[in-house]
Design a protein around this ligand. Sequence first.
Ligand code: CUA
Length: 153
Amino acid sequence: MHLDEKIWLTLSFGIIMIFMLITGYQAFALEMGPPSHNEILDPQKVDETAPFDEPGIKQIGEKEYEVVMTLQVFSFTPMELEIPAGSTVHFTLTSKDVVHGFQVANTNINAMVMPGHIQKISQKFSEPGEYLVLCNEYCGAGHQLMSTTITVK
Ligand code: CUA
């Protein structure tokens, strides 16, 4: 075998091993939690676990809101949020069954919401309008129906 071939073979094998080690570390040592947060809860007991026992929207400051939301086949709880323009919203999300997505059109929000994990994202809504919220992880037969809106006035 040519020396160059040996070098490239060794290099590509090495790169594959490094990627496998990284993936393995994330999957097993980090248990593949959402990268932003490692808070966990019992996915069977979401309704009894604070803060998800009281999903909803709460004003926590001037132009600052906290939204506690559960995602389940095939809906978001609460549905239809309304906030004044210029507000910052802190979302705390979890799933009650399978993996769902939480994407808000025209913002940078695009998160995976996994059962057993708490996902947190903050977003400032400066422009008034209707923001479409979509599930972007295939979650079953009604996946394409799973949407809601955030109204910014
Ligand atoms: Cu929930 Cu797709």
